[in-house]
Design a protein around this ligand. Sequence first.
Ligand code: ADP
Length: 273
Amino acid sequence: VQDLETDRWLAFNLVRTGTAERQLLMVRDVSQEQQLQSMRKDFVANASHELRSPLTVISGYLDALADDQELDPAWNTPVLEMRRQADRMRTIIKDLLELSKLESGEHTQEESAVDMAGMLALLRKEVMALDERPRNVRLNLESDALLKGIESELHSVASNLITNAVKYTPTEGEMELRWWVDDSGAHLSVRDTGVGIAEEHIPRLTERFYRVDPGRARSMGGSGLGLAIVKHALQRHDATLEIKSKEGVGSTFTCHFPRTRVIPRSAGVLATA
Ligand code: ADP
């Protein structure tokens, strides 16, 4: 809680002591922690922003080198690798900026009635078109209900989960997207029969830059921030992420949205008309 008069941040904890009749109210001044956190977030946001322009210049020269017909062929492989690494840097910077926006609570868009079924169908098409291996991603849309939320953030959640499913599934694997509504709310799941994740890693997966196998993950081109983005975007939608996985068998990532965010299709159409 922020005390507006003194501009201090206070944390309150209600603690039960021994018997049920006695309770202790603890008040702690956390202004310094809050200040440090906000300095860290500002620093990350500014640093990523500043890194964008030099990278654009480097990428421009690399593209020109790649197109240069007179370039000594001995440079082909190094130029290709430099472009690949520049792409990785661009992804990391983009994801760092997205994460710092989510953390700052800054709303880039208004909430609207988002057509999740349509979004999943489109994402599936895009992912399959980009997949170097011709594989099918199954689509299981059990509801056409809309979801009250920020479209770009929900898109980011779905896109990160689907990209991971494809990335961590070897050639012969299978993937499935599912969207359904029940009494408890709306749910989106992404299932794969990929490499899976050992149990001890699961609680740490949504930490920034946490990777089960750093070598493999880097070679896949990700930023290591995808699941941190998913977690923060879901928190802003009062939603939770459930991860079930078995090493060598596959993983299922499920997002659970509360009932209060579900908008039946007809009502949604009226609301946006
Ligand atoms: P990355 O860019 O490394 O994929 P993420 O934050 O998206 O970063 O994921 C963090 C880590 O979680 C990955 O490096 C990988 O080890 C693990 N992971 C995420 N999704 C899956 C999946 N579908 N199957 C297996 N491992 C996964």
